[in-house]
Ligand binder design. Structure first.
Ligand SMILES: [Zn+2]
Length: 421
């Protein structure tokens, strides 16, 4: 069996932090020692859950999956969310097409995309569980042959699946410092130290829940993440609280206006845009989308220059640079991202709390955790060269002895596989 564990928001930086503190991360360390670790593994842009999760399961960037979180529809003059769109075949669809049995525990990207509620042959198993440890208990219960909820009925495993997926967003919730955190022991962070302490606690607690999974017989385990995270609106990295807690959208707008373009600023993403607006600007937390409504090829480059000079900006990416990170053409004309701990606009009332975001391109966002161990995986393989999340699905396919998902563009990482696979 191949067990795909997805820890939403698990930056490699959070692993490096958690393994050195307190009780450490013995199970993750064991996975790495026994198997393979991708030490230079990155996601793409936009570094947002839906696009990056679909990239992981299909081995294809948003340019192919069509999932880029939001895109500007020039005809309708509106920003359109891309939801759970995935135009590409995914791992479960590929595995089932080639005769394998699959199941998914809270792995929503396979819901009605290979797995379905109530389908005993390929179930989507979900019980509104709050965290990884409760979801692991559900998975183990399923493997033991106990009845488990799947939609409005319960199902029982008849034969062990060849491919089993489990998803948990504990780390992502803690990064966002959401009002509801995955463990009752956690309190929302008011300082950067508390924010990091919450992340370390969560990674270590998830590490403990890994133990029974590592003990499963004849099981190859692959643990991956869609993106990492970064703090904002808090004193951090030498930036005092006062400077970090000001929304920077006004300054961004001035930098665009300085070039002679006065974009219409949307306050909500589905707002109607006036007929005479030359361009639009939509800010959401640590990211902003600039779209021209009139041809202005030379001006885009000048806006890019002007915005890039702002001290709180990490990246102002035109279509060519967006494409290099996997984003599709027509996503927006300029994708603008702050550096930690700055932000452009409040996404929700976060006053007094540390903000956490991954709609960014800081190293702690783009550098994600990935490790594999068990049958088929080379023991002790530490991969220092650059790999990315499109390589994940093709590599898992090889481990299952099947062809990769039809549209995958990633590479089979033969360097981490045993030769006989
Ligand atoms: Zn995510």
């Amino acid at each position: 069996m191949l067990l795909y564990i997805n820890w939403d928001g698990f930056s490699r930086h959070w692993y490096e932090m958690a393994r050195l503190q307190g009780q450490g991360t013995p199970n993750l360390d064991r996975m790495i020692a026994r198997g393979a670790y991708l030490a230079n593994h990155v996601c793409g842009l936009p570094a947002i859950t839906n696009p990056m999760q679909q990239t992981l399961v299909s081995g294809a960037w948003p340019v192919d999956t069509g999932n880029c979180y939001i895109r500007f529809d020039r005809k309708a003059r509106r920003f359109v969310p891309t939801g759970r769109t995935n135009r590409c075949e995914n791992l479960v669809e590929a595995a089932r097409r080639q005769g394998l049995r699959c199941a998914s525990v809270h792995g929503w990207y396979f819901e009605n995309r290979g797995c379905a509620e109530g389908n005993e042959d390929s179930p989507y198993i979900q019980n509104n569980l709050p965290n990884f440890e409760t979801r692991v208990a559900l998975l183990l219960s399923y493997l033991k042959g106990n009845p488990v909820p799947s939609g409005d009925r319960t199902i029982v495993m008849r034969r062990r699946p060849d491919f089993l997926a489990i998803y948990a967003d504990d780390i992502d919730s803690v990064c966002h410092n959401a009002p509801r955190l995955p463990y009752t022991e956690l309190r929302r962070a008011r300082t950067l130290d508390e924010w990091y302490a919450n992340l370390v606690y969560t990674v270590q607690r998830m590490d403990r829940a890994l133990e029974p999974l590592l003990a499963l017989e004849d099981t190859t385990i692959a643990l991956a993440a869609d993106h990492g995270g970064m703090p904002f609106a808090t004193e951090a990295f030498g930036v005092p609280y006062l400077a970090a807690s000001i929304p920077r959208q006004g300054e961004l707008l001035h930098a665009i206006q300085a070039v002679g373009i006065d974009p219409f600023v949307l306050t909500e993403k589905d707002q109607l845009i006036p007929e005479d607006a030359p361009a639009v600007l939509l800010s959401m937390g640590t990211q902003a989308f600039f779209c021209a409504l009139k041809p202005m090829p030379d001006i885009i480059a000048r806006i890019q220059q002007s915005v890039s000079a702002l001290p709180f900006i990490r990246g102002c990416l035109d279509a060519v640079r967006q494409r290099a990170y996997g984003a599709p053409p027509g996503f927006c004309d300029l994708y603008i991202l702050t550096k930690a701990p700055f932000f452009l606009s409040h996404e929700w009332p976060a006053e007094g709390w540390v903000g956490g975001s991954h709609a960014a391109m800081d190293p702690s966002v783009l550098e994600v955790f990935c490790a594999l161990c068990g049958p088929g995986v080379r023991s002790g393989a530490k991969i220092a060269h650059r790999t990315d999340i499109t390589d994940f699905a093709p590599t898992l396919s090889k481990l299952m002895g099947i062809c990769p998902p039809a549209n995958s563009t990633g590479r089979i990482l033969n360097e981490i596989l045993e030769e006989e696979v």
